[in-house]
Design a protein around this ligand. Structure first.
Ligand code: EPU
Length: 425
């Protein structure tokens, strides 16, 4: 098992670029299933989750090539597809569920293993299942698989989501573009990654109105054509580097994303005293003095993203004053808080609220990151701790960040990987 060895140090400085968003690239790969022929995606991040999705598509009968050097993925989709996503792959990556909609509408049947427990909560699939049921599929659970059957095709319908779920919006959208008739999705999620998916679908020939709003109207077409598409810049990876700059009181320019996709986050940081210079394809972040603690509440886009909540915890743990961080999306996403306490943070969790009183500095300790963002946030906490912090959870970070520790070293951080057997205890 690998872990990160992080030496606390001074401010980070320099420039870092992000590539395409994980949470878009994976869905665009699934969307390729909707069109026979070759789809080409560019700016795809070189991460483990992309390799898992590539393997899943291969097992469905596609030819998939990934050139990490250029960030290009080509997907050759045959006219006859397999329709089963095995537990082995779904367990490795929950986003495998995004093949459910495309397979149901393309094959008339899809069996996708149910992901099971997750480190950030139970994360149900009821909204995915309800949405496809509304489109006429028979959806049921069979021996650990979610099975959707629609032998006579899907038929457009009005669908009102109880909650603007990212994954359910995407699955319904991908099914509806090839359904007969009109689908209206009310209370749709409107994350930039969904806009990216809808934009690619339109370029493939889909008819979608209301992209980027909470009501999308989709008129089904009979076939889609494959396209070449560049993945939207990764706002969560960008946010990671922005927090890294702020909490080490550094001076970092982050490029490769649209700052409007982080509007709420940037406004919060400005409230806290961080200086943000917004540019066309990124931001420059400087933090000349200790920032003030700020209350944060996670909400669906355009609210504060849950994926940046662990970084907000680290930020407030080091800021001046007290603040409350509220998690509204996932019921079990405060693992970072207990690990931060091991680093000397003054943090108390009460249900879905975390109360923090900022400390000037943290103190190094061994900690464990339980998911992609938690592990990344703890590495950043280690940068602001006296001594050497070890962070288990490298495998999680590699699922979501193409060059996490190399990028940090490029900004002057002392972070390296070591195997636990090489460690000090
Ligand atoms: N939910 C249900 N039923 C459903 C679907 C969702 O109860 O059928 C609940 C979930 O349990 C959760 C909430 O709704 O409490 C939000 O879930 P959502 O469906 O919006 O999230 P997701 O599609 O599972 C994606 C990202 C997550 C990100 C969330 C929220 C991907 C692959 N994952 O998950 O990203 O946190 O949206 O923005 O796109 C990450 O990148 O580290 C990550 C976890």
């Amino acid at each position: 098992m690998d872990r990160f060895r992080v030496s606390g140090g001074g401010p980070l400085a320099g420039e870092v670029a992000v590539v395409g968003a994980k949470n878009s690239a994976l869905k665009l790969m699934a969307a390729a299933l909707l069109a026979v022929g070759r789809t080409t995606l560019t700016k795809v991040p070189d991460i483990v989750d992309v390799a898992v999705m590539a393997e899943l598509l291969r097992r469905l009968g596609c030819g998939v090539e990934h050139d990490p050097a250029t960030g290009t993925v080509t997907i050759d989709v045959p006219s006859e597809l397999g329709h089963r996503a095995d537990y082995e792959l779904v367990r490795a990556m929950r986003a495998s569920i995004s093949v459910l909609g495309p397979l149901t509408v393309r094959c008339g049947i899809a069996d996708v293993a149910i992901p099971g427990g997750d480190a950030i909560g139970s994360r149900g699939l009821d909204l995915h299942a309800d949405g496809l049921t509304r489109l006429g599929a028979n959806v049921h659970v069979d021996h650990g698989y979610l099975v959707a059957q629609a032998p006579n095709g899907l038929v457009g319908a009005p669908i009102s989501l109880d909650f603007p779920s990212v994954g359910a919006t995407e699955n319904v959208l991908m099914a509806a573009v090839l359904a007969r008739g009109t689908t209206v999705i009310e209370n749709a999620a409107r994350e930039p990654e969904i806009v990216d998916l809808a934009t690619m679908l339109v370029r493939m020939g889909a008819e979608i109105e209301g992209i980027g709003s909470s009501t999308m109207v989709i008129t089904g077409v009979t076939a889609l054509a494959p396209v070449e598409h560049e993945v939207v810049g990764d706002r969560i990876a960008a946010g990671t580097w922005i927090f890294a700059a702020a909490l080490t009181r550094g001076d970092v320019t982050v490029r490769g994303f649209d700052p409007r996709h982080l509007g709420f986050v940037l406004d919060k940081l400005v409230d806290a005293g961080v200086v943000i210079d917004r540019q066309d394809d990124g931001v420059r972040v400087t933090c000349p003095r200790r920032p003030r603690a700020v209350d944060v509440m996670t909400l669906p886009y355009p609210g504060f993203p849950t994926d940046l909540q662990p970084f907000a915890l680290v930020f407030d743990a080091l800021a001046e004053g007290s603040a409350m961080v509220t998690e509204n999306l996932f019921e079990a996403r405060f693992h970072t808080a207990s690990e931060l306490a091991r680093l000397g943070a003054d943090v108390r969790v009460d249900g879905h609220h975390a109360l923090l009183r900022g400390r000037e500095r943290l103190s190094a300790a061994p900690v464990v990151g339980s998911d992609i963002r938690a592990a990344a946030a703890l590495v950043l906490a280690g940068l602001a701790a006296d001594g050497v912090t070890t962070v288990e959870g490298v495998k999680h970070v590699d699922r979501g960040y193409p060059s996490f520790d190399a990028d940090l070293r490029g900004l002057g951080a002392d972070v390296r990987r070591e195997s636990v057997a090489d460690g000090a205890f």
